[in-house]
Design a protein around this ligand. Structure first.
Ligand code: 4FL
Length: 252
């Protein structure tokens, strides 16, 4: 069993997402246990205050230490081996490699903050790691926390019906995914590449690898430089990049 606790002022967002699709099935199968902790439930004042003005001035509000720390502490009590992740624009950029490593924790506590952020003393004392899902501004950390949760749950053995699909998706290898098609074979004059209808599995595998390399070269060449490639892929990269530079010479 993998335990996940999400610390959020908006548990409804988390509950809604986790009640559908792959995550719902993983919960029903007893593979994951997901709970939410709302800092507002750990306040003592009449107004259930969770934030206050920033020291030093400036716009917006900052989440206070006490309710947030109490929520994280309550989450820790669910299950030992807690590892606390704060989703924030100041974190390291999340990639598949980090997702796969985070999977090793028995109990992940994901802390979602509001945009102006949380009191830094929580980061200092209560947070083990800070991760960002990308360089853009959101209204809160709930979506990033769900992005991370979703990415991790998909990697838990037995969660996906087909054990191959976690392996063949983009970013599990060094290449982007190849294009996909389904019935009908012609729609509004658009056809499916003939080889995919041929039943020749070797030819299909070759076409798909070629399409994946060609796409990766065109859209994300950075992935190819970073990766260790097998010999077949290396020779395809050479061949297809020569094609691309010849086309560029003709145009230029
Ligand atoms: C968190 C953005 C992680 C990107 C607002 C509050 C954020 C975020 N990655 N924006 N948290």
């Amino acid at each position: 069993m993998h335990y996940f606790s999400l610390v959020t002022l908006f548990p409804e967002i988390v509950d809604a997402y986790c009640a559908i699709g792959i995550i719902r099935k993983a919960r029903a199968a007893g593979l994951v246990d997901i709970a939410t902790f709302n800092p507002r439930d750990f306040t003592n004042d009449e107004r259930r205050t969770v934030d206050d003005l920033p020291y030093g001035g400036g716009p917006g509000m900052v989440m206070q230490v006490a309710p947030l720390r109490a929520a994280i502490t309550a989450a820790r009590e669910r299950h030992p081996g807690s590892y606390v992740v704060y989703l924030s624009p100041q974190g390291q950029r999340l990639e598949q490699g980090a997702v796969n490593q985070l999977l090793a924790n028995e109990h992940l506590i994901l802390v979602a903050g509001r945009y102006e952020g949380i009191d830094e003393r929580v980061v200092e004392r209560d947070i083990d790691a800070e991760w960002s899902i990308g360089d853009y501004v959101l209204s809160g950390g709930e979506l990033p926390a769900l992005v991370l949760l979703d990415a991790i749950v998909r990697q838990i053995p037995d969660v996906l019906g087909d054990p191959d699909s976690a392996q063949t998706d983009s970013f599990m290898g060094p290449l982007l995914d190849f294009p996909h098609y389904t019935r009908p074979d012609t729609v509004d004059g658009q056809t499916v590449p003939f080889v995919l209808l041929s039943g020749n599995h070797a030819a299909i595998a070759t076409w798909r690898l070629r399409a994946a390399v060609s796409r990766t070269l065109a859209r994300r060449p950075d992935l190819l430089y970073a990766a260790e490639l097998d010999d077949e892929t290396i020779s395809l990269v050479r061949e297809l990049s020569e094609e691309i530079s010849k086309k560029a010479e003709l145009k230029g």
